[in-house]
Design a protein around this ligand. Structure first.
Ligand code: GDP
Length: 383
């Protein structure tokens, strides 16, 4: 699916040309965003809210947990082209449905981490080719990790994957469904999360704060102080008590507004992603994360040597086993068919040989008979 969406004013991609590197504006930008976290935390809704358009299809909630047999996390890629005031962003959204869905979620982070490494690997391989035109680049510029709003702290699974993500991408922790926590509980939850992030040495994205322009410095500080960003996702229009039409969620007690800074940090996160720091996210991916990967690989691998696969998707393994069995079965069937055919041929050959022998014997008998007739005729002539 590759929808093209015209973004409403104020979303911000048009402000990208104001960023440090004007060159980006001429070419447009290619931005790859990964959303990660347990399913049902509102990732798809958030993506559609962020780009005020239906980029991702809604998931079927009833089917969410019905895949226990498959037991695997999938990587889902959606592409979209966004345009605002002639400024284009080629957007790629990477979703990871299935993560955290299963009874045993051990190792469910592996396909995600492997996907991130594979993108660096693929870029590195393409970079080593003589012609670089048409390079396919799916390196992830920002990874939003959605934390379920349980009001306590991070779960072991969150910690396990966040530690691994942080060393590979610009990791941005996000608290989903902010409307389900009171402001006090949210503040406590954020503190607990930050404590765990520090204690567990989880690397999260931090934008450059200082700038010559004081208002930018203040803005950067303001954005970073909100980490982990609380968000409300909704593409629905609701009407507030003071009669404003806004994007939000309607409750009997009132509205949870997506863009209200007293309700959540959606606006700050959107500013960071598509307005003030898109360029920084792109360049740090290249300069820090890709460089890190490249250096480690250069140190541990010989030139041209293929990357060793640490992880094999259990679903692929299962499919491979199924194919192998089907293939062996087919070969056995063909062998049997061939043997039967061979046996038929032998029987037919024996029958024909026997026939031939009989015919031969008949001819011999007729020859002898004929000879006898000649001999009898000769004798009577002589007399
Ligand atoms: P995903 O599996 O992480 O992509 O989650 P979805 O975007 O499909 O959302 C799962 C459910 O949560 C849907 O019913 C959404 O309407 C709901 N949802 C999404 N965002 C929010 C939010 O900010 N607040 C609340 N209360 N519900 C939300």
């Amino acid at each position: 699916m590759a929808p093209t969406a015209t973004m409403p004013d104020g979303v911000g991609v048009a402000h990208l040309p104001n960023q440090r590197h004007k060159i980006v504006s001429k070419r447009g930008a290619k931005f790859t965003l990964m959303v990660c976290g347990e399913s049902g935390t509102g990732k798809s809704t958030f993506v559609n809210t962020l780009f005020t358009t239906s980029i991702k299809d809604p998931k079927q909630l009833a089917k969410r947990h019905a895949k226990q047999v498959d037991k695997t996390v999938e990587i889902e890629i959606t592409k979209a082209e966004l345009e605002e005031k002639n400024f284009k962003v080629k957007l790629t959204i990477i979703d990871t449905p299935g993560f955290g869905d299963y009874v045993n979620n051990r190792d469910s982070w592996m396909p995600i981490v492997e996907f991130l490494d594979d993108q660096h690997e693929s870029y590195m391989a393409q970079e080593q080719q003589p012609t670089r035109a048409g390079i396919i680049d799916l390196r992830v510029h920002a990874c939003l990790y959605f934390i379920r709003p349980n009001g306590h702290t991070l779960k072991p699974l969150d910690i396990e994957i966040m530690r691994r993500l942080g060393t590979r991408v610009n990791l941005i922790p996000v608290i989903a469904k902010a409307d389900t926590l009171t402001p006090n509980d949210m503040a406590k939850f954020k503190r607990n999360i930050l404590d765990v992030i520090e204690a567990q040495n989880i690397r999260v994205y931090s934008c450059p704060i200082e700038s010559e322009d004081e208002s930018i410095t203040t803005n950067n500080k303001d954005i970073m102080s909100a980490l982990p960003f609380s968000v409300i996702g909704s593409t629905e229009d609701v009407v507030t008590a003071d009669n404003r039409k806004v994007k939000g969620r309607q409750y009997s007690w009132g509205c949870a507004e997506v863009e209200n800074e007293n309700h959540c940090d959606f606006k700050k996160l959107r500013t960071l992603l598509v307005r003030s720091h898109m360029h920084d996210l792109i360049s740090t991916t290249e300069e820090i994360h890709y460089e890190n990967y490249r250096q480690i690989q250069m140190e541990t691998r010989k030139f041209g040597e293929a990357k060793s696969k640490k992880y094999e998707n259990p679903k692929h393994k299962e499919q491979e086993e199924k194919l192998r069995l089907a293939f062996t079965e087919q070969v056995k069937k063909e062998e049997n068919r061939f043997r039967q055919w061979e046996a038929q041929l032998v029987t037919e050959r024996d029958r024909l040989n026997k026939d031939l022998e009989e015919q031969h014997a008949k001819i011999k008998a007729m020859e002898t008979e004929l000879e006898n007739v000649y001999q009898m005729q000769g004798r009577s002539m002589r007399r």
